[in-house]
Design a protein. Structure first.
Ligand code: HEM
Length: 395
């Protein structure tokens, strides 16, 4: 084990967020155990070449807001080999703002609200089929389909290729073997590049046209930059929504009184969305040290990596009273960091909130009382975006 000299032995603990068994069984319990073990908010894992891990709310926020020290040029551990960039997330302030502004208007609340009718219709089309049965796998039959459909329409990707694209998306998002994943990623980038070229000469009312005709500080965007925007939107906007809705729906399946509340008062859906994002967060983003720095009394060195898991931040009792309780009227719930905070806060948050609220509303309106199938247990996945691979429901 290669532990740098400046790391004290009491802060060293073996932890690999990509494979940790505890995260695959009970992610919240596992992260709370780490919070208790390292109340100072920080430890060092020698796994994956070595990296720091924050274990509470204050440490999370201090890292993501300090972009001069904690750069987002690397956002995963282990780091990517530089095969592709993700814009704007891989760009640090102050440059970041000019790249983010290309998409800002497109993801504004007003712009997103225009999609509501269409998303509601697509959700209902999926429920039409599911409601004919008396059981389903919510992940495969709903959660993995709705965000892909919304994404393809928003980007302007050919909707007649939905099934093909869905299959690629699922491989790209869930496959861990790079030999299978990378060729599929290449197909996705290939399709997006085809459409970027087409929209260069004939723009349409879609996001790909906005991106390819954008200017960065008065100069035309390059094809490499346009691809980097498209790839980030794909990676940021699909897997996250799939998992958020699966965790939220699982909570509903196990709390019949909440299903009834949503059926009778669909207007409480936004509160349900916010509390379920806080209670069941699932993202472990990373940063790289841009310089030597003393953090929480501990020296860190330039080039070292750090991850800031959301679960111990959102379940930190110093930040949220009775953090394990699910409270629709929780005070200060908007302080949760499920969409991150600071300059890289999630640009797709308004869209995600709409997709989630409409899902909970329409599902509860259309479906009879439902529960989790007691004969199965959902398979969980660890990694930078932790997920749920299946959710068997019965009614
Ligand atoms: C529940 C669903 C979602 C969650 C939990 C989520 C979470 C996050 C988080 C944690 C970040 C910060 C990444 C970092 O700083 O390293 C982020 C950034 C981002 N997200 Fe989301 N996201 C969701 C949905 C979406 C959707 C639907 C889109 C768009 C289609 C989207 C687009 C983006 C973009 C463009 C950024 C980069 C912002 C920047 O760097 O300025 N996200 N998201």
């Amino acid at each position: 084990m290669n532990i740098p000299e400046h790391v004290p032995s009491e802060l060293v603990y073996q932890f690999d967020h990509n494979t940790d068994e505890g995260l695959l069984i009970a992610p919240e319990a596992r992260f709370l155990e780490l919070l208790k073990k390292f109340p100072g908010g920080l430890f060092y894992s020698p796994c994956l070449g070595g990296f720091w891990v924050t274990t509470n709310y204050d440490a999370y926020v201090a890292v993501v807001r300090n972009t001069e020290v904690f750069s987002s040029k690397q956002i995963t551990v282990p780091p990517t080999d530089g095969a592709y960039r993700l814009i704007p997330v891989n760009i640090d302030p102050p440059e970041h703002a000019k790249y983010r502004s290309v998409l800002a208007k497109q993801f504004s609340p007003g712009h997103m609200r225009k999609l509501e009718g269409d998303i509601r219709m697509q959700a209902n089309q999926l429920i039409d089929e599911i409601a004919k049965k008396n059981s389903c796998d919510f992940v495969a039959e709903f959660a993995e389909i709705l965000p892909v459909t919304v994404f393809m329409k928003m980007m302007g990707l050919p909707i007649e290729r939905l099934n093909e694209f869905r299959e690629w998306a699922m491989i790209a998002l869930t496959e861990t073997d790079p030999a299978v994943r990378m060729p599929t990623m290449m197909k996705i980038i290939g399709l997006m590049t085809e459409i970027l070229h087409a929209r260069q000469t004939s723009p349409e009312d879609d996001l790909i046209s906005v991106i390819i005709h954008a200017e960065i500080e008065g100069r035309p965007i390059t094809m490499e930059e346009a691809q980097a925007y498209c790839l980030l939107l794909f990676l940021a906007g699909l897997d996250t929504v799939v998992n958020a809705m699966s965790f939220g729906l699982r909570h509903l399946a196990n709390h019949k009184e909440l299903q009834q509340q949503l059926r009778e008062n669909p207007e409480i859906a936004p509160d349900f969305v916010e509390e379920s994002l806080r209670r069941y967060s699932f993202v472990n983003i990373g940063r790289v040290l841009a310089c030597d720095y003393e953090f929480n009394g501990q020296l860190m060195k330039k080039g070292e990596l750090i991850i800031v898991p959301q679960i111990p931040a959102n379940l930190d009792e110093k930040a949220f009273e009775n953090p394990l309780d699910f409270e629709l009227d929780r005070k200060g719930s908007s302080r949760h960091v499920a969409f991150n905070t600071g300059p890289h806060n999630c640009l797709g948050a308004h869209l995600a909130r709409i997709e989630l609220a409409l899902t909970y509303q329409e599902w509860c309106k259309r479906m009879p009382e439902f529960g989790e199938d007691p004969s199965t247990t959902p398979v969980l996945a660890a990694g930078p975006v932790m997920g749920m691979r299946n959710l068997q429901l019965v009614w």
